[in-house]
Design a protein around this ligand. Structure first.
Ligand code: NAD
Length: 251
């Protein structure tokens, strides 16, 4: 049986890959055979990720990237010109009561999570259109793009935008051979939520997850490799939820 999930001969670009899920996704894509480009603002942290990938026998290029800046995205166009798989992973969250959140909080979160995804998707779309080959874009959204949680208005709004952006881009980019799909992770342990699980609110949330636990980054490998590879050749505009059943928790 052919290896449906092989990424040999493909180039994958992961945004926000200096830590957390992005660094993990880059390592997994490299293990599946892809040449990997990792982009983020923290170049020293990116160098460490690249070193780990190379030490494991993979091929990795690093690049400075701020997804909120169209100038920064324009500077990576030469790398996008050879990118087959784009993982729009860069993201931030602000955790504050609704009435305390500031305009600056909103702008930072929505610019990173929604505008950044739009600009990167558009840039890859244009690159693929110009060279006439196909591509796969994987947008990292969240279950709070599909349901809601307190204290994260800007984050939930940005992730709902990511889900809708995925669907509109899938609709418009199919004619160029580009598939656009989203993964909505539930609560996966990384820096973005470190420390939360020990708090009373974190413990209470854990009880509402049907599987009664948070997820590990490795539990997103299946959806990631499915969407990155030809195994999902007839999937576009899809939203895959990996959340221990959190979205189907009982009302
Ligand atoms: P993280 O904070 O560990 O990593 C986020 C990464 O994005 C960091 O490397 C950061 O440097 C980068 N980044 C932030 N702003 C950027 C910018 N302007 N330009 C380039 N890079 C930037 O968080 P994580 O948990 O690894 O989250 C990764 C993605 O997964 C995010 O989009 C997040 O919303 C999403 N997500 C995470 C969870 C979870 O439980 N961890 C759940 C659902 C969705």
């Amino acid at each position: 049986m052919p290896d449906l999930f092989s990424l040999h001969g493909k180039t994958a670009f992961v945004t926000g890959a200096s830590g957390g899920l992005g660094a993990h996704f880059a390592e997994v894509l490299a293990q599946a055979g892809a040449e990997v480009i990792v982009g983020a603002r923290r170049e020293a942290a990116l160098a460490a990720v690249a070193e780990r990938i190379r030490a494991a026998g993979g091929n990795c290029t690093t690049t400075a990237l701020d997804v909120t800046s169209s100038d920064s995205i324009a500077a990576v166009e030469p790398l996008l010109a050879k990118t087959d798989i784009l993982v729009n992973n860069a993201g931030i969250a602000v955790d504050k009561p609704f009435l305390d959140a500031t305009e600056a909080d909103w702008d930072a979160v929505v610019d990173t999570n929604a505008k950044g995804m739009f600009l990167m998707t558009q840039a890859l779309g244009r690159a693929v259109q110009a060279r006439g080959s196909g591509g796969s874009i994987i947008n990292i959204a969240s279950i709070v793009g599909l349901r809601q949680s307190a204290r994260i208005a800007s984050y939930a709004a940005s992730k709902a935008a990511a889900v809708q952006l995925t669907k509109v881009a899938a609709l418009e980019l199919a004619r160029f051979g580009i598939r656009v799909n989203a993964i909505c992770p539930g609560y996966i342990e990384t820096d973005i939520n470190a420390g939360f699980w020990e708090t009373p609110a974190g413990q209470a949330m854990m009880k509402r997850i049907p599987q009664r636990r948070t997820g590990q980054a490795s539990e997103l490998d299946g959806p990631l490799l499915l969407l990155a590879s030809d195994a999902s050749s007839y999937m576009t505009g899809s939203v895959i939820v990996a959340d221990g059943g959190h979205l189907v928790s009982s009302l």
